[in-house]
Design a protein around this ligand. Structure first.
Ligand SMILES: [Zn+2]
Length: 250
């Protein structure tokens, strides 16, 4: 069994047997992990606030090759992020980010994914209520980009020809992004993406929320993200936190 010390963020946590808890973490050096915190419910001394949702710190894990569950031996917390629970938009947004990461992340070192999640949660923790939607969209799309399946925005997702920046384009989920006029005519279905929506998506993919979204645009962007993730999920399970984030907003 190898001991691994790595930065980690708690993305999910539930009781296990009488005295323990199981956590799902995103880590800098080992990707997404499930870990057993033995005795965590019997005594709060050992882990303290380390088991709180969205807390971040240095975790020490015993990793056994071939095992699904690591053992958490210590967790030194540097950020608690209690502010995420103070506002519904922050909390549902953070939950959607956690779900996205756990569902798509892999058990392999991915520092860029870790940074994207940490930055997103940090931005949400301080976001005014009015900005939580754009901050969550930016965080989610940046994570999608870090995971390697960002949609095409500036070139056609089918034929890779360049798309004029002023054009309204078709966005096809199966094709993986925006389409040129010719490919758009051949696509069975899609969403119409006007230039401002495409600009916003380009910003989001870079992790930048600096876009003023009116209500209809906010809804359209949430729908686009959900449809895109559903198209590219292979396990067919619904994204419940993402749905709650979408519904509770309006
Ligand atoms: Zn094309």
């Amino acid at each position: 069994m190898a001991l691994l010390a790595t930065e980690a963020i708690v993305l999910h946590s539930f009781d296990y047997l009488e005295s323990s808890r199981i956590l799902r973490l995103v880590t800098r050096d080992a990707g997404v992990r499930s870990v057993l915190a033995k005795g965590a419910r019997r005594s709060s001394r050992r882990f303290g606030s380390a088991l709180d949702l969205f807390a971040q710190g240095t975790a020490q894990l015993y990793v056994k090759p071939g095992r699904d569950l690591d053992t958490l031996s210590a967790f030194d917390i540097s950020l608690v992020r209690a502010e995420l629970a103070e506002d519904l938009g922050r909390f549902t947004g953070a939950s959607a980010i956690a779900e996205l990461t756990l569902r798509f992340g892999r058990e392999a070192a991915d520092p860029a994914l870790f940074e994207a999640v940490a930055d997103g949660l940090e931005a949400l923790a301080t976001a005014p209520a009015v900005d939580t939607l754009a901050v969550t969209l930016a965080s989610a799309w940046r994570i999608v980009a870090e995971l390697g399946f960002a949609p095409a925005v500036d070139v056609c997702g089918e034929c890779h020809s360049e798309l004029p920046s002023t054009a309204t384009v078709m966005f096809s989920h199966p094709a993986g992004g925006a389409l040129c006029a010719r490919c758009g005519r051949l696509a069975p279905a899609g969403r119409v993406l006007p230039p401002p929506a495409r600009d916003a998506l380009r910003h989001f993919l870079a992790g930048a929320p600096a876009i003023a979204l009116d209500d209809p645009s906010g809804r359209a962007h949430q729908r686009l993200l959900r449809e895109f993730l559903t198209e590219h999920l292979t396990d067919g399970r619904p994204l419940r936190a993402m749905e709650l984030w979408e519904e509770s907003r309006w």
